[in-house]
Design a binder for this molecule. Structure first.
Ligand code: TRP
Length: 326
């Protein structure tokens, strides 16, 4: 694969869960060795759906600790907050002149959010969500963005904005492509298709072994498998989905046991608990090193922001020049 400039980002909503790991972090960690990567804390994006900022700093630190604990390395790729690199807002403003309101209203990810969060009146900034995201990506001339499926429409808009800018003012930006994360969805413990903090159906990367056990004990399984000997259907069971990811070696045996009825849900869940806890043990260990040193985490961000600003300001120089501004 060619060497890409990669821009990956996440909104800081607090501690991350295993779905975040499988849907994003695992991929970011792999990519950081092969490409030039930038890791963005999209704190302004949080405001699109939640204007209460009282927890935003704490949530940022918790998220960055999870990044560090799973193996993302700030020496290889800077970590930085959107709010601390002013060029993001500057480019956002310019880009907001290069896309129509109608185009942004067609964005399916926005429509889904409006439905899921039951939003009655869409704010201006929320409509502009993908415009800010385009600025995040293009400020670093990112040519590849690792994302789950729900973000593909935003990358499409980013490409359109890049093209439009280049046509109007001259070639400055690449047209980035989405690097789709294969495993982009992990079901929640309640059987919902998505593991999500707001649905309260997660296993956190910071959950201790007993917590994981308790959470899994309550997890929903095949509703037709009531007693141990009832044959089960792994394809409808979320615990089987977790086995796929955390316990691939035992998968055939678990599938056969579930189908024949020999393996009961209690035992199946215990096996799964063990595997998830084995995966989480080193993450929790590393997490502890940073939990007592939150100032070090902030220093990592401040360092990353210096590096990010250098790239961002040089891109803005090019933008201003292309536009005859200044
Ligand atoms: N919209 C992304 C998400 O919710 C977060 C994000 C903001 C992002 N800016 C970005 C992702 C730039 C990739 C690149 O997951």
């Amino acid at each position: 694969m060619a060497k890409y400039r990669i821009l990956s980002g996440m909104r800081p909503t607090g501690k991350l869960h295993i779905g975040h790991y499988l849907g994003a972090l695992e991929n970011w960690i792999k990519l950081q060795d092969e490409h030039e990567s930038y890791h963005l804390v999209a704190d302004y994006h949080v405001l699109t759906t939640n204007q209460d900022t009282s927890e935003i700093f704490k949530n940022t630190i918790e998220m960055v600790i999870d990044w560090l604990a799973t193996g993302l390395d700030p020496q290889k790729s800077p970590f930085f907050r959107q709010s601390q690199v002013k060029e993001h807002t500057e480019l956002f403003l310019i880009f907001s002149m290069l896309i129509t309101k109608a185009r942004l209203e067609r964005n399916p990810t926005l429509k889904d959010q409006i439905r899921d969060l039951n939003i009655k009146n869409v704010i201006y900034g929320h409509l502009g969500y993908p415009v800010l995201q385009s600025a995040d990506i293009l400020l670093y001339k990112g040519d590849a963005v690792p994302v789950g499926e729900d973000q593909v429409p935003h990358i499409e808009i980013t490409r359109e904005i890049a093209k439009r800018f280049n046509q109007q003012y001259g070639e400055v930006f690449p047209e980035p492509k989405a690097l789709l994360t294969k495993f982009s969805r992990l079901p929640g413990l309640d059987g919902n298709a998505k593991m999500s903090k707001s649905l309260n159906n997660t296993i956190l990367l910071s959950d201790e072994p007993e917590t994981v056990q308790q959470k899994l004990r309550k997890a929903v399984t095949d509703p037709q498998k009531i007693r141990r000997n009832d044959p089960g259907r792994p394809e409808v069971c979320l615990v089987f989905e977790y086995h796929k990811k955390f316990n691939p070696a035992e998968l055939p045996e678990i599938e056969a046991g579930c189908r024949s009825g020999q393996l009961g849900c209690v035992d199946c869940k215990l096996k799964c608990t063990t595997k998830i806890n084995e995966f989480l043990a080193p993450v929790i260990e590393r997490r502890k090193q940073y939990e007592n040193k939150k100032d070090d985490v902030l220093d990592i961000l401040i360092e990353g922001e210096k590096k990010a600003r250098e790239v961002a300001s040089s891109t803005m120089d090019e933008v201003h020049k292309a536009m005859n501004l200044g």
